[in-house]
Structure formats: C-alpha cells, structure tokens
Ligand binder design. Structure first.
Ligand SMILES: Nc1ncnc2c1ncn2[C@@H]1O[C@H](COP(=O)(O)OP(=O)(O)OP(=O)(O)O)[C@@H](O)[C@H]1O
Length: 215
C-alpha cells in the first residue's frame, strides 16, 4: 500500500508537488496525467525516495520512504522517464544488475532476466547493446528491468510513450499482471488510452492533484 499524505516537493522556490494525498492499495493501477511540468515525475520520484519531501510523508506498507536505497530495498521500483539504461551494457546486463545487487544467484538472475525480456517481446535481443536498440525497444528493456525486480510498488514514468499500439498493449498487460500478483502500480502518462485502462485516474496541474476517477 502506497500512502502519500500532504506531500509537497519543491526545488528551491518552485513547488512541483503541492500538498498531495493519495493511497494506492496492492493490486491497483493508478494513472496520473496532466500537462508537461505538472509534477507527475516529481510525485513518482518522491514515492521512490529519489527526491525529498519538503513537507508531508510517503509510506509503503507502513515504512516511511526517506531515501532511494531504503525504498529500493523495500521493493519500490522506478521505471524512469528516459529509461535510465546503461547504453554500453547489453539489454540482459541492464536487467541483471539490480537483481545481482539484490543478492540473487547468477543462474536465477539469468532466468529471470530472460523471462522478463520475453515478456516484452525482446527474447532475441538480450545480448544486444542498449545503444544498438531502437527507442521503443529501449523503453521495453526499461519496463522489463522494472518488472523483473518483482517489486511491491511499481512506478512507471511515461513507459509507453515511444511504443506502437501492440507494444503499448503488451506493456500495459504486463503492468496489469504485476498488479495481479499484488503490486501497487502508478503510471504517469500523457496517453488517454493508458489512463482509461487504469483502475483510477488522477490529474495533476501545477503540482495539485485532483481525481478524475477515484480508486
Ligand atoms: N531537479 C529539478 N530541479 C529543478 N526543477 C525541477 C527539477 N525536476 C523538475 N523540476 C521542475 O518541477 C516541475 C515539475 O516537473 P516534473 O518533471 O515533475 O513534471 P511532469 O509532470 O513529470 O512533466 P513531463 O510531463 O514533462 O514529464 C517543472 O517545472 C520542472 O521544471
């Protein structure tokens, strides 16, 4: 369960997230939309522990999220806008690094990474360097890296923005499957189709969040 209470995130004078409260239970998919600069990424980053709260709190299953390492150890997975992949590593290596850091053994890491790449239709691209892949393929590698970690929270930041409709559906099915195994999923998106399939839809504007469709 994600519990955000009166959260404000600011960069100096600029308030990016203004007094936002929300809850996302396990098994639910929340879409957050809104214009560019509305504060969607900042909200996701704060839930991921990657930017500090100016005021208010973020909790995941009762644990206060105060730093990225603690959040990651607690199963909060961020699929960042721009993918955040290491371009000089292969697709499979990009998936393997966080799994190895999590203490999994090599054979298990290899199996999990292979399965996650197959889930996004890239079973034959594991040995390709990221920089050899198209923008859409890189985005799917980033999603695969996120779901491979089997987090209790998945924060997907514009994770379908470069995909054709078939692959968008594939990624949405995958995120829905993650919710089905008990993850709380938040998707920041500009895409009305993504917002429509989510269980709830919130809109941000100048840092403020209003509900279009409540969870
Ligand atoms: N690291 C930062 N330092 C200073 N300002 C920032 C930083 N990150 C974001 N901002 C500003 O905070 C505001 C919210 O940005 P944010 O990226 O959260 O919006 P967004 O809704 O995700 O936008 P987009 O849809 O374009 O990704 C913007 O005005 C942005 O310029």
């Amino acid at each position: 369960m994600i519990t955000v209470t009166n959260l404000t995130v600011a960069y100096g004078e600029l308030v990016a997230v203004a007094d936002v409260s929300l809850q996302v239970p396990p098994g639910f998919v929340l879409a957050v939309s809104g214009p560019s600069g509305a504060g969607k990424s900042s909200l996701l980053w704060a839930i991921a522990g990657a930017v500090p709260a100016r005021s208010g709190t973020v909790e995941v299953d009762g644990l206060a999220i105060t730093s990225r390492p603690a959040a990651a150890a607690h199963g909060v997975v961020l699929i960042p806008q721009g993918n955040g992949l290491a371009r000089v590593l292969t697709a499979k290596e990009n998936l393997s690094l966080p799994l190895l850091a999590g203490g999994n053994d090599l054979a298990e890491v290899d199996r999990t990474a292979g399965r996650a790449l197959a889930d996004v239709g890239l079973e034959d691209s594991g040995d390709h360097l990221v920089e050899e892949l198209s923008g859409g393929e890189q985005q799917r590698v980033s999603v695969a890296r996120g779901v491979a970690q089997q987090g209790k929270v998945i924060l997907a930041d514009e994770s379908t923005s470069e995909l054709d409709s078939t692959n968008r559906e594939r990624v949405l099915d995958l995120l829905r499957r993650e919710a089905g195994r008990g993850a709380a999923v938040v998707i920041a998106t500009h895409d009305p189709i993504v917002a429509a399939i989510a269980d709830g839809h919130a809109v941000m504007d100048e840092g403020r969040l209003t509900w279009q469709r409540h969870l």
